[in-house]
Design a protein around this ligand. Structure first.
Ligand code: SAM
Length: 570
């Protein structure tokens, strides 16, 4: 029987910058671009707990028992709001923020868009207990890895944060982040002699631009103008905008005519819409998120591929606050004149929130879905179905998953695909498996997964809708014991109930695919070392490999594929 969870309220907190504060406080002040065993050795004793994920201060002003000690000095030192500091960025951490230490005190500050090695002046904007946030005022000397960002919006846009760091340096920073998290949150350094060989070098992304097959732009009554452009001639913050949200603003949008992350053809569509949607005679108004009035909410562009010709095919999705197709007609005519546009849909979203998913959908031109090919299988993609956003790198990722899953290929093994989405991973494994069982919470994704298996003539896959955070004793009764479990949760990671289930299930192999290395490291720690707060939960797995994959260049996101093997197979 599964034991009860003593303190699971802690479990779903996302590990936050405080963790980096602890790591950084104890590392050398000089920037070390590569993973350093010395650094990690000096860190291995640090008590990284999940308390690091809440907002309580982890240091106090009173703790000054050993004057002269650098760490103690840092505990006494707090910069003031508005104070300007000269800083050197040491590494990239949480959400791609640059991490720096104040000279002499070692006090940690975080700065958006500061690059490792960059010396700059930063103004303190916020104090957060044990660390402070600063905004960059002026770069004094750039890092030698800095490059000119090719995108004209790179300095202001919330989309790409590290475009002006060379791609090689971005990869090094991501690799270092994963290693440090696995060492300290996963507690693998020190406990695992093969740690260095387990950590694989990051797989770079072959296409560093134009890699996103889906982009969501927002219409707004308020065009965001960056501070440094405020006084430039002709700049007016009251104009309408269509583009991406300014970092930190839900109500201000940076107007964008071209985004280097999406396909060239998607940019053609964006420009076509930009050229005409403001014409007064069309009577189109952007949605106002304050007064909840207005019509146009989002423009979502999805790029797929015609299975027969291999040519790109595009879906244009107008998300509006009500159903008035006659108002959209001129825009539909304009975009459907572009030959690659094969589908124009209208999602109606009457809620006051900013989500682009509609309660109702109408097809205004062409088909209601587009297609894409992945690992030789065809997938139908509708406006709201989940699909890996970087198709090129998803091919690489799924090949890795297939290799790591290590199916014998004699169709004798059972695969359990947890958090299966539209079934893409399970379906790519089905040809080598006896049967695939997929579980997923979103009903529409399960419908898509079943349709995708039919479309590809796959009959050995079963997809079930269910919430994996709410499993009970009956979970596991409807499928045979798996040989391989695929775990692909979203950012919060795996719930303790499921961790315990997996530890009881004792599948020989688990492939953990993660888009958040901090929660991944936490869960791997539980699966390998048990749960410190619950002596009844013992770890049963050995970590065999951690393979970071760069799916999203110029952003802080990191994907990892990890292999776990049962310690004592019975
Ligand atoms: C990172 S996606 C992976 C999707 C899929 N494996 C793929 O590669 O396309 C995570 C999936 O987990 C699903 N999910 C999130 N929370 C869940 C829960 N509590 N129970 C079951 N599925 C959940 C999401 O809806 C999403 O489809």
């Amino acid at each position: 029987m599964l034991s009860t969870v003593p303190s699971h309220s802690l479990h779903f907190r996302t590990l936050n910058p405080r963790l980096w504060v602890k790591i950084l406080r104890h590392t050398s002040p000089s920037y070390s671009p590569l993973f350093s065993i010395t650094t990690l050795a000096s860190l291995s004793h640090l008590p990284f707990t999940e308390e690091d994920s809440d907002d309580r201060p982890i240091v106090s002003n009173n703790d000054t028992s050993k004057p002269g000690n650098k760490m103690q000095q840092s505990q006494c030192y707090f910069p003031k709001r508005g104070q300007t500091l000269e800083l050197v960025c040491e590494s990239l951490a949480f959400k791609g923020k640059g991490v720096c230490k104040v000279a002499d005190s070692g006090f940690v500050v975080m700065c958006d868009r500061a690059l490792p090695g960059e010396r700059f002046l930063g103004r303190v904007t916020r104090r957060k207990g044990s660390y402070a946030e600063v905004t960059k005022v002026q770069t004094l000397s750039p890092h030698w890895d800095s490059v000119d960002a090719p995108c004209e919006y790179a300095s202001y846009c919330g989309g790409c944060k590290t475009q002006n760091l060379s791609y090689e340096a971005q990869l090094r920073a991501k690799e270092q982040q994963v290693q440090e998290l696995m060492a300290h949150v996963g507690k693998f350094f020190g406990q695992c002699p093969e740690f260095v060989s387990i950590m694989k070098p990051i797989v770079p992304c072959g296409n560093q631009f134009h890699y996103r097959n889906k982009m969501e732009f927002s219409f707004s009554t308020q065009k965001w103008i960056p501070e440094e452009l405020l006084h430039a001639e002709g700049q007016n913050g009251n104009e309408y905008a269509l583009g991406l949200h300014a970092p930190g603003y839900f109500d201000k949008v940076l107007n964008i005519n071209n985004c280097l992350l999406q396909s060239e053809i998607a940019n053609e569509v964006l420009l076509a819409v930009q050229e005409c949607w403001r014409y007064p005679q069309l009577g189109l108004s952007p949605y106002n998120v304050h007064s909840h009035s207005g019509f146009l909410k989002h423009l979502v562009l999805r790029t797929g591929r015609d299975v027969q010709t291999g040519r790109p095919e595009l879906m244009v999705n107008f998300v509006t606050s009500s159903y008035k197709p006659e108002l959209l007609n001129p825009l539909v005519e304009k975009v459907s004149a572009i030959p690659e546009v094969v589908s124009v849909v209208n999602n109606i979203n009457t809620s006051v929130g900013s989500t682009a998913v509609g309660e109702a959908e109408h097809t205004l031109y062409g088909k209601s879905t587009i297609t894409e090919v992945l690992r030789g299988l065809t997938f139908q993609i509708s406006a709201n179905s989940f699909f890996q956003t970087n198709t090129y790198q998803a091919e690489v990722l799924y090949k890795l998953i297939e290799d790591i899953a290590g199916l014998r290929g004699d169709n004798s093994e059972i695969v359990l695909d947890l958090f299966c989405g539209t079934g893409t991973i399970g379906l790519t494994l089905a040809k080598r498996a006896k049967h695939v069982y997929g579980y997923e919470v979103v009903a529409q994704a399960i419908t898509d997964a079943r349709r995708n298996s039919e479309l590809n003539g796959i009959i050995n896959a079963t997809f079930v809708q269910g919430d994996l955070n709410k499993i009970d004793g009956s979970f596991g009764k409807n499928f045979p014991k798996p040989d391989v479990v695929i775990l692909d949760p979203n950012r919060p990671g795996v719930h303790m109930k499921l961790i315990k289930f997996l530890l009881e299930l004792k599948a020989p192999r688990i492939v953990y695919v993660s888009c958040n290395p901090s929660t991944c490291a936490r869960d791997l720690n539980y699966l390998c070392h048990g749960v410190a707060e619950d002596v009844n939960v013992e770890g049963r797995y050995k970590l065999r490999s951690v393979q970071p994959v760069d799916m999203f260049p110029h952003t802080p996101h990191i994907e990892c594929v990890c292999l776990l093997e049962l310690s004592d197979p019975v």
